[in-house]
Design a protein around this ligand. Structure first.
Ligand SMILES: Cc1cc2nc3c(=O)[nH]c(=O)nc-3n(C[C@H](O)[C@H](O)[C@H](O)COP(=O)(O)OP(=O)(O)OC[C@H]3O[C@@H](n4cnc5c(N)ncnc54)[C@H](O)[C@@H]3O)c2cc1C
Length: 318
């Protein structure tokens, strides 16, 4: 069987599309796991996105803890003889996957960028060396665990008529030695670059924090309103919060339109936005690497180009 779990609904739905392809190819059932509340509506939704069966594990656990969640998954995997386990590759998911791999003695491939069958073996690709190479990996035995980040796979079309089973479970979980005392939400500007359709992104080509208004103005004109940035803008200069940070160590995005202004195009930035629909690069250096990844390139000073582009678009689209 193939099992899918993530604590993030959207990520679960994305992984279900690859999970159902895999399950179909190896002729097995696709199971999704919900841990926490008895949420039958969510279970139905997972079925309409490709799951054959949904396990709802009701419990009182208030916060995610990999010790407890991995114990629950271990029990389900043993009951259902799962061969492949697909886990959402967010922070919790990565911790969960590696702990679970230790518990069930499974191989674990983190951050897969593709999963397919080759010579009848489940094969995964993942980018390594900061995006400079792709490793192709297979398991020597089952079970095997694969983690997948958001925006790697597109969800299947929702099919409300799809039928599946809902199985309700309760497990007694052993008390673990660690305890969560407090969970503090990260300060954020409620920006969700991962779901944005249009992103105007700022790099080190901006001289001051105030100048980001030029990017904001263009984003407003495009009715996109989402601002992204390269690592130095969020991590070093702190002109924008980390919610905006795009790249290998930031967010992975897949908008319809990505405009990169004053960004050189280092591989670590490209790793986070290369799947965008149309990429427009604005850079004053004609040799800038970003142009290699761009569909449209504007060689020029962003201080001239951004306002002119915003005005031209305003005239065109109103
Ligand atoms: C392990 C690791 C992980 C990393 N993860 C990430 C990540 O997730 N995301 C990320 O972005 N980076 C990441 N980096 C950093 C990455 O290598 C680059 O250093 C970074 O992306 C550079 O940011 P930048 O393009 O904004 O700045 P720069 O490389 O300094 O480029 C600035 C660009 O602006 C252009 N420019 C200057 N003035 C103007 C102007 N007036 N008009 C137009 N163009 C102008 C310049 O020609 C230049 O091309 C990572 C690095 C490492 C080692």
């Amino acid at each position: 069987m193939v099992l899918v779990y993530s604590d993030n609904k959207n990520l679960t739905i994305e992984i279900l599309s690859k999970g159902s392809e895999l399950a179909r190819e190896i002729g097995e059932k696709l199971i999704t796991v919900i841990i926490g509340k008895n949420d039958e509506k969510l279970a139905d939704e997972y079925i309409s996105y490709g799951s054959d069966e949904v396990y709802i594990v009701e419990n009182e656990i208030e916060f995610f803890k990999s010790e407890e969640f991995s114990e629950i998954l271990e029990k389900i995997i043993k009951e259902t003889s799962n061969n492949y386990i697909l886990i959402g590759s967010n922070k919790n998911g990565k911790e969960l996957a590696s702990r679970l791999a230790g518990k069930i003695d499974a191989g674990c491939i983190i951050d897969c960028s593709n999963i397919y069958l080759k010579d009848k073996k489940v094969t995964a690709e993942r980018t390594v060396y900061s995006g400079n190479a792709i490793a192709i990996e297979q398991f020597n035995s089952t079970p095997g665990i694969l983690t997948v980040s958001s925006k790697v796979f597109d969800p299947l079309k929702k099919d409300e008529k799809r039928k599946g089973n809902i199985v309700k479970k309760k497990y007694d979980i052993e008390e673990t030695s660690s305890k969560i005392i407090k969970v503090k939400e990260m300060q954020s500007e409620s920006v969700n670059v991962e779901d944005a359709e249009i992103i105007v992104s700022c790099g080190r080509g901006f001289k001051n924090k105030e100048d980001i208004k030029f990017a904001n103005n263009l984003a407003d004109t495009l009715k996109g309103k989402t601002i992204g940035c390269s690592r130095p803008i969020a991590a070093d200069l702190k002109w924008l919060s980390e919610d905006h940070w795009i790249g290998l160590s930031g967010h992975k995005v897949k908008p319809k339109l990505y405009i990169a202004a004053g960004i050189s195009g280092q591989i670590q930035h490209i790793a986070g936005m290369r799947d965008s629909g149309i990429i427009v690069a604005i850079n004053k250096d004609p040799e800038a690497l970003i142009f290699k990844s761009a569909d449209y390139g504007i060689v020029g000073d962003l201080y001239e180009v951004l306002p002119k582009l915003a005005t031209a678009l305003k005239n065109k689209i109103g």
